[in-house]
Ligand binder design. Structure first.
Ligand code: PEQ
Length: 312
């Protein structure tokens, strides 16, 4: 069986670990969000791709959910001693090596998809990890503060401001001319089923769906999604701040409607959201809180079973 999954960072990666355990014989292609990518200190940082790679490769800081286990921060301290900005983004020493390798390869002319493959040769994530696009497209956030109305990089809003200043809108800069990375459309075409993890529906999954061609390629496929919202609150992260910015309620119902019944065939919600309904979508209410790896595997198994049942 060939499974395609779209994934953001922490939530996506934890779900994918469950998916891999639930379908050990399947080939899994993960299309990763690169809208969060940022250039820092001259290095290209791909937070979501790395979170997936480290989590599935057993190198993640489990507690934090991002960055490397057993991390140290000497380089960050040294940069701060020089007064180098930004100081709000916490890159660890081990993590720096990944960004140095990536940046060196970019400089040498390799596309991000090939670089990701090279990095994964070390981490052996057990899935094929593809960036959504080799073309640079970055999420920017329009805010208004004491300095007036302006657009800032998504990471500045998310990490430095902790989404405390309301987002007025998001702009995926560069998406108009972006193409899906090599292998993305082929993987979707060959997929038996597509599973959407409980990743952020706006700035993770929503971003991937904006890359020209990806959403259209998914429409004829059997797609089952896991709601990122339980009982009116995000499972984790700050999806509520993102949904509010685009005028969508923080409910499992509203996220399903945002994705739409043309895209979604099956929707897994928590038991307290059992009233969710949309024409053309099979809604299943089950425990969907990923409190540990086993729970993630159970949820993935339920999503896969539903997808098999609904398979077009
Ligand atoms: C919900 C979100 O998941 P992601 O979009 O990072 O997969 C998060 O973990 O903050």
């Amino acid at each position: 069986m060939h499974i395609v999954s779209l994934a953001g960072g922490i939530g996506g990666a934890r779900f994918l670990r469950g998916l891999r355990a639930a379908a050990p014989d399947a080939s899994i292609t993960v299309i990763g969000n690169t809208g969060d990518d940022i250039t820092l200190y001259g290095l290209r940082v791909c937070p979501d791709l790395d979170t997936v790679m480290y989590t599935l490769g057993n190198g993640i800081d489990e507690e934090q959910g991002w960055g490397r286990a057993k991390e140290t921060h000497v380089v960050k301290e040294e940069l701060a001693a020089y007064g180098v900005e930004p100081q709000w983004f916490g890159l660890g020493d081990r993590d720096f090596a990944t960004h140095i390798v990536r940046s060196q390869m970019l400089e040498a002319g390799y596309p991000l998809s090939q670089i990701t493959q090279a990095l994964c040769a070390r981490w052996q994530p057990g899935v094929r990890l593809l960036p959504m696009s080799d073309d640079r497209c970055e999420t920017h956030v329009v805010i208004e503060d004491e300095r007036g109305k302006r657009a800032i990089h998504f990471q500045e809003w998310w990490v430095r401001l902790r989404a405390s200043v309301p987002a007025q809108s998001f702009a995926l800069v560069g998406v108009d001319t972006a193409k899906p990375a090599p292998g993305v459309l082929e993987a979707i075409e060959q997929a038996d089923v597509v599973i959407l993890p409980p990743s952020n529906p706006v700035v993770s999954i929503g971003t991937i769906l904006q890359v020209p061609g990806i959403r259209a390629a998914l429409l004829p496929k059997t797609v089952v999604g896991v709601s990122p919202i339980i009982g009116g609150a995000p499972v984790r992260g700050m999806a509520d701040a993102c949904l509010t910015a685009i005028g969508v309620e923080t409910t499992a119902q509203a996220v399903l409607e945002l994705y739409g019944s043309e895209l979604i065939d099956g929707w897994l919600v928590a038991e307290e959201d059992s009233g969710v309904a949309l024409d053309g979508v099979r809604v299943l209410a089950r425990p969907i809180l990923m409190h540990d790896a086993e729970a993630a595997a159970d949820i993935a198994r339920t999503a896969l079973d539903l997808a098999q049942e609904l398979r077009k």
